[in-house]
Design a protein around this ligand. Structure first.
Ligand code: TYM
Length: 335
């Protein structure tokens, strides 16, 4: 019998070491859902090659990301964890959806504009059509919710538009998914430049906290975090006027569950130095168990292989059903 549960799905590109941004914006909201939802989480390696990857690094990052998913609380018995390229249906539905996604829609995607501005020497076709593949990633599994950070909202909205367009022509083929974005932690900024998003591909390594950073490293990066020139060192939440402090407050709030007023009260008169150290400690407390567990899992390659092989089988089962339906609807001759 088919499961009655609602479905959740999300993915991350293994294009670098996972950051605190991906953790607070996405992964943290994936864990603990498996009782209520059928959950699919994957390593988006096909998306990662839209920017040039060193093959050995891509392999290592993909496996490390799987270990980190599990260490973040995604039990592979209860969640389907898989590698995107192991399930060929993504590429197959991706092609179909390319033919239902408009050039103008793709041209408006902020991530495409940002990435092509940053990588002027490699503006490839995959970077441009990436959202059609992302729509396929999502729609194959008919999810109700897609838990992502703020920056991916536009892609999920495009997915909804493409699905609605397709359903409008062929009847109800796809469920229309909702983005699920956390209230706090949806957009973590770089510690080195609080006007820029914290990112895996950040050139300035002091700006990003990685899930595998040692506690000393995390503390060092927070001590160096950019704040502002306010001589009063006032810990006050104002994104426009005090973006560095607001970002640190967001991180502290996401780690401890405290609200901004409480944080302002706690750190009133203490100065930026004490506040930055407290944020660092809160992050270490959150990430250290994950780092230790991920390192332990990474030493057991046979186990990780078994997890991603089983994951690909389970994912393929669901993906196959959707793809068959789509192929039939659009008029492809049955095999
Ligand atoms: P990616 O790999 O850039 O980021 C992975 C997830 O982490 C979130 N995130 C952040 N959240 C808050 N603050 C930050 N600084 C931050 N940086 C990253 C992202 O919003 C995302 O949720 N296209 C996607 C990967 C993808 C996908 C999918 C996601 C491919 N197919 C299908 C959902 C469903 C991406 O590039 O995310």
């Amino acid at each position: 019998m088919e499961s009655e549960k609602k479905v959740m799905l999300s993915g991350i590109q293994p294009s670098g070491a996972l950051t605190l941004g991906s953790y607070l914006g996405a992964i943290r909201n994936w864990a603990g859902r498996a009782e209520k939802f059928d959950c699919y989480y994957f390593m988006a390696d096909m998306h990662a090659i839209t920017s040039r990857q060193v093959p050995a690094d891509l392999r290592r990052n993909t496996l490390e990301q799987l270990a980190q998913y599990i260490a973040c609380g995604l039990d592979p018995e209860k969640n389907v964890l898989f590698v995107q390229s192991h399930v060929p249906h993504h590429a197959q539905l991706g092609w179909v959806l390319n033919c239902y996604t408009m050039f103008g829609e793709l041209s408006r995607m902020t991530q495409y504009k940002d990435k092509s501005a940053k990588n002027a020497e490699n503006i490839n076709g995959g970077l441009f059509t990436y959202p059609a593949l992302m729509a396929a990633d999502i729609l194959l599994y008919q999810p109700d919710y897609v838990p992502v950070g703020e920056d991916q909202k536009q892609h999920v909205e495009l997915t909804r538009n493409v699905a609605q367009r397709f359903n409008g022509i062929y009847g109800d083929v796809f469920k229309i998914p909702e983005p699920y974005i956390p209230e706090v932690g949806a957009r973590i900024m770089s510690l080195a430049d609080p006007l820029d998003k914290m990112s895996k591909s950040d050139k300035d390594q002091n700006g990003s906290i990685h899930l595998m950073d040692a506690p000393e490293e995390i503390m060092r990066k927070f001590k160096r975090a950019v704040t502002d020139s306010d001589t009063e060192h006032c810990v006050h939440y104002d994104r426009a006027e005090k973006p560095g402090v607001a970002n640190l407050m967001q991180i502290y709030a996401a780690c401890t569950g405290e609200n901004y007023e409480a944080i302002e009260r706690t750190f009133a008169g203490q100065g930026y130095g004490a506040f930055k150290a407290a944020v660092g400690e809160a992050v270490v407390a959150l990430l250290d168990p994950i780092r230790t567990e991920a390192a332990r899992l990474l030493a057991d390659k046979a186990y990780l292989e078994e997890v991603y092989r089983k994951g690909a089988q389970r994912a393929s089962y669901t993906a196959e059903k959707t793809l068959r339906k789509v192929y039939k609807k659009i008029g492809f001759l049955a095999t």
